[in-house]
Design a protein around this ligand. Structure first.
Ligand SMILES: Cc1ncc(COP(=O)(O)O)c(C=O)c1O
Length: 369
């Protein structure tokens, strides 16, 4: 689309139940309206060190935290450039894991796919088998924790445990649509890099990417010699150690919003947030079982994105449109080839069972369930 469509001042606000961005609280939006300050001022050091250290505390990690202007996509590139010389194993089970593989190919790496049908989860024993049977060395396994296209939550903890037995194979995890809403003990499971975007389960505005980096991953980049410039672990972490700031001018207003929301996340706690998301998942799961069916393989349903199989053959696009018109709520169709066969509900961030029930009531009304 090349023609300008003038942005207006009169859009209706829609409550977001899409797989991200999700709802952002008003006080978090308001936090962005502080007057501008310089990214090399002491005030910036206060802001950046606060959000980095609060994030470590929330996630319960001793690893380093990097927060950069950009989105999770940045760390598909950065993890590949920082950790991979040649061969990377990518278990693919949906659109986002496939895109991680595409990014690595575009960066000139040799990608080995461990392919699953959409809806299936990656199995740790298959990853072990792929490593054991390979006649090349994999520098990295690139996994996706929460396949937002299929609503599958992959067992990254168990995969990490397998990979701990292969210390020269680094484990990078795209947790873009789950971190903050689905508990993961990062340090316990040998995860070398795990990254997220702020607009998903963190419930912040879009515009920042967060990556938790192990000492091993940092050392690997140093030993490897070349890396991403913008998302280089060494550049970003050394800059933090020396100055408590980012290497280039960040989106300061979004960091102000981050600060506000991360305090709320700290107050709630990683475990309690996980529990709230689990309750939402169970609620949506029961609702789907009553009216439709869950799309993912049983036992691997995501805590943040429900992918529901359209077993009744409703007109998904029309239902989305009508729910939006009548209730000012937005949910999503299925992704790519499973567009009409499924639909998706993002139950992440600050949503609760009660707020998700408002959406399912609206769908029941519109689709006459
Ligand atoms: C699992 C997953 N990975 C990566 C991305 C890309 O994230 P971003 O658009 O924030 O770069 C998304 C976006 O929906 C996602 O769901």
């Amino acid at each position: 689309m090349t023609k300008k469509r003038e942005y207006r001042d009169d859009y209706d606000d829609k409550t977001l139940y899409i797989p991200g961005p999700t709802e952002v609280r008003d006080d978090v939006i308001e936090a962005m309206t502080e007057s501008t300050f310089g990214h090399r001022m002491d005030r910036m050091t206060d802001l950046y060190t606060t959000i980095v250290e609060d994030t470590k505390e929330f996630l319960g990690t001793d690893n380093e935290v990097v927060i950069l202007t950009g989105s999770g996509t940045e760390f598909w590139e950065a993890t590949t450039l920082n950790l991979v010389d040649e061969h990377v194993l990518v278990p693919t089970c949906g659109a986002f894991s496939e895109r991680y593989a595409n990014v690595a190919e575009r960066l000139g790496k040799t990608v080995h796919r461990l392919e699953y049908e959409w809806g299936e989860a990656v199995k740790p024993e298959d990853v072990r088998e792929a490593i054991e049977s390979a006649d090349v060395h994999y520098d990295m396994v690139a996994g996706v924790m929460n396949e937002s296209s299929t609503g599958v939550r992959n067992p990254i903890e168990e995969i990490g445990d397998v990979l701990s037995e292969y210390p020269d194979t680094y484990f990078a995890v795209d947790a873009v649509s789950s971190l903050g809403g689905d508990y993961v003990d990062i340090d316990e499971h040998g995860i070398d890099a795990i990254f997220a975007s702020t607009q998903k389960a963190f419930a912040m505005p879009p515009g920042l990417a967060v990556c938790v980096v192990s000492d091993d991953a940092y050392d690997r980049e140093v030993e490897k010699g070349d890396s991403s410039w913008y998302g280089g672990f060494r550049r970003t972490i050394d800059y933090y150690d020396r100055k408590g700031q980012t290497h280039s001018t960040p989106a300061i207003p979004i960091m102000l919003a981050y600060r506000k929301q991360m305090k709320r996340m700290l107050d709630e706690g990683h475990r309690a947030r996980d529990e709230r998301h689990r309750e939402m998942m169970e609620y949506v799961h029961d609702w789907a079982d009553e009216h439709f069916a869950m799309f993912p393989e049983e036992g691997y349903e995501s805590q943040t994105v429900a992918c529901i199989e359209n077993t009744r053959g409703i007109d998904v696009a029309a239902t989305i449109e009508e729910v939006s018109e009548e209730y000012d709520m937005a949910f999503s169709n299925g992704y790519g080839d499973i567009g009409e066969e499924t639909f998706r509900i993002g139950h992440m961030g600050e949503h609760t069972v009660e707020s998700v029930k408002e959406l399912t009531d609206a769908i029941e009304d519109v689709a006459d369930l």
